[in-house]
Design a protein around this ligand. Structure first.
Ligand SMILES: C[S@@+](CC[C@H](N)C(=O)[O-])C[C@H]1O[C@@H](n2cnc3c(N)ncnc32)[C@H](O)[C@@H]1O
Length: 227
């Protein structure tokens, strides 16, 4: 991580860092060695890139709606997991955070041309059979994934999500607040921690005439305790 914090003992709430650098620090602080963990939107497994599971004695089950690595434990929808209730110490949820990845018609999906590999990583490059349209489709996956977390986690388990706010249809959608409100009010989770991850690279902007909102260059990791 940059900013000179990498060697500090003290874990801070904001870093300019890649997920593979920040995620291990979050595990250090919030997930005990020996934990049974499910990463239910595993993607290409960036979070686990620099983590020695054996050293931490952690057992990891990986799933995703489309397999992107050969060693995925199973293909599964995070909204209906084939996992036993009350069976895990930790669940990781990082579904697509932008409504553009949820379009039912692939031609309308975010990430065309040179952005196609980005789309493949984030959406699974498939039309999405989710509920709702635009930003509500994003929230739907976080809400349903949160319900599954509540079912599969044991009593003092933790849910870790990654999320980004977005401007959708010219409206500011503070997704990390919307999801936290739902988890706290509807699912009784307690929000134990929040980390801000700032992108290392400056975002590129093409063809913008009038800027209305700040261009987002940060996302969040949030840690919730079971009720
Ligand atoms: C932001 S990427 C996750 C990146 C991942 N954390 C990594 O380290 O590579 C979102 C992932 O969620 C998956 N996904 C989308 N909808 C899903 C669903 N309903 N259930 C499970 N996975 C889903 C996509 O296929 C994609 O791999």
């Amino acid at each position: 991580m940059t900013n000179g914090e990498v060697d500090d003992e003290l874990t801070l709430s904001a870093y300019r860092a890649d997920s593979s650098e920040l995620f291990p620090r979050i595990l250090d602080l919030h997930v005990e060695d020996g934990a049974r963990i499910a990463d239910v939107t595993h993607g290409t497994g960036v979070f686990w890139q620099d983590i020695d599971l054996e050293e931490r004695d952690m057992r990891l089950v990986t799933s995703d709606i489309t397999a992107k690595t050969d060693d995925l434990s199973m293909v599964a929808d995070c909204r209906a997991l084939p996992l036993q209730g009350n069976s895990l110490d930790c669940m990781i949820l990082d579904p697509p955070y932008a409504e553009g990845f949820y379009r039912r018609n692939k031609d309308h999906m975010a990430g065309h041309g040179s952005h196609k590999s980005f789309r493949d990583t984030y959406s699974g490059a498939r039309e999405y059979e989710g509920a709702g349209t635009y930003h509500s489709a994003v929230l739907h996956t976080y809400f349903e994934g949160g319900k599954e977390a509540k079912r599969v986690l044991r009593d003092d388990g933790v849910l870790i999500i990654k999320i980004m706010d977005e401007v959708s249809s010219n409206t500011q959608e503070l997704a990390h607040i919307q999801v936290t409100n739902y988890y706290e009010r509807e699912l009784d989770f307690y929000t134990r921690d929040l980390f801000i991850q700032v992108r290392k690279e400056r975002p590129t902007v093409v063809g913008m005439k009038n800027q209305i909102h700040a261009r987002k260059n940060h996302s969040y990791f949030l840690v919730y305790d079971m009720p």
